[in-house]
Design a protein around this ligand. Structure first.
Ligand code: NAP
Length: 284
């Protein structure tokens, strides 16, 4: 089959006519680019991306078959929805750089931690739609969660487009902007906290005699299954915990150790500290 006939058989993109630019297509931006194509949200000619280094632009372009350059202004001119994926401290400068391309009807969709919609609106210098998003790394497997909040000039239709974009990498939830740093501390940093828990459970398995690969499998699948139980039954985690905890059984002995070791309080403190730090990131 020729390339042409193959293309004519590919299904039409589910967001036809919308052009999207990802300015700062690094780890998270790259995950999104891949997801747009894999989910057929956009055709490759609807996508533009930029990075800082020309050699990375070339490599990305070859990898995804989309236009990748180092020219932010030109990419922003081409797009209706402009995703901002640079480091938080770089966001205001980047928005000022693309200001000439920011015409009414366009939308800025920032996934930089800590940067407020207000500061992006101010840098844009006009009444532009700005949505702030906080995805997390399980996005790589379309198992992420992205919290989104709207700036002052976002229509419900634009918010729906922003959600549709992030639904390619998992679930979405809309929150008030005052909660975004807390989201960063919980679900943005959360994968790292959970990897430590999985690693510790696997280490424990090794300690009680299991081969390491079996222990890691048991720990990871148990974490996945427990998360699904919370999400899919809708039961409170405490109720699900009680169902595992038979009177005078072994689980309750384990729980006593967890409480004595302060796991619960430590996790609460970890999220609080990460939330505090998230508040500071936009200032470097
Ligand atoms: N990683 C996460 O878990 C995660 C989760 C949620 C949100 N975020 C947010 O996502 C943003 C990016 O994080 P990341 O982990 O993806 O970082 P990253 O991999 O370092 O990506 C940053 C990208 O920005 C590019 N860049 C730097 N300066 C630029 C410029 N002036 N113009 C255009 N592109 C430029 C870099 O280009 P080169 O590749 O050429 O260096 C790189 O591709 C951050 O604001 C972060 O807060 C990350």
């Amino acid at each position: 089959m020729s390339d042409e006939s193959y293309q004519s058989l590919s299904p039409a993109p589910s967001m036809p006519g919308v052009r999207v630019a990802v300015l700062g297509a690094g780890k998270m931006g790259g995950i999104l680019l891949q997801a747009f194509l894999k989910n057929n949200l956009l055709a490759s000619e609807q996508i533009f991306a930029t990075v800082q280094h020309p050699e990375r632009a070339q490599a990305l372009s070859a990898q995804f078959g989309v236009e990748v350059t180092t020219d932010n202004l030109e990419a922003a001119r081409q797009a209706d929805v402009i995703l901002l994926g640079v480091k938080p401290i770089q966001v205001p400068g980047l928005v000022e750089e693309i200001r000439p391309a920011l015409t009414p009807g366009k939308m800025l969709l920032s996934f930089a931690a800590s940067v407020k919609t207000r500061s992006i609106e101010d840098a844009a210098g006009c009444d532009l739609a700005v949505v702030r998003a906080m995805p997390n790394t399980p996005a790589m497997l379309a198992a992420g969660i992205t919290a989104l909040c709207a700036g002052r000039f976002v229509s419900p239709e634009q918010m729906a487009v922003a959600q549709r974009i992030f639904q390619t990498v998992g679930r979405t939830v809309v929150v008030d902007e005052k909660h975004m740093d807390a989201v960063t501390g919980l679900s943005g940093s959360g994968p790292a906290f959970l990897y430590i828990i999985i690693e510790a459970l696997a280490e424990a398995g090794v300690n009680v005699g299991l081969p390491r690969d079996v222990a890691t499998l048991l720990a990871a699948q148990t974490t996945l299954g427990s998360a699904r139980m919370v999400l899919e039954t809708g039961y409170h985690p405490a109720l699900l915990k009680d169902a595992v905890t038979t009177p005078a059984g072994c689980t309750v002995d384990g729980i006593l150790e967890l409480e004595e070791g302060g796991l619960r309080v430590t996790l609460i403190k970890a999220v609080k500290r990460a939330t505090q730090r998230a508040r500071e990131l936009a200032n470097g």
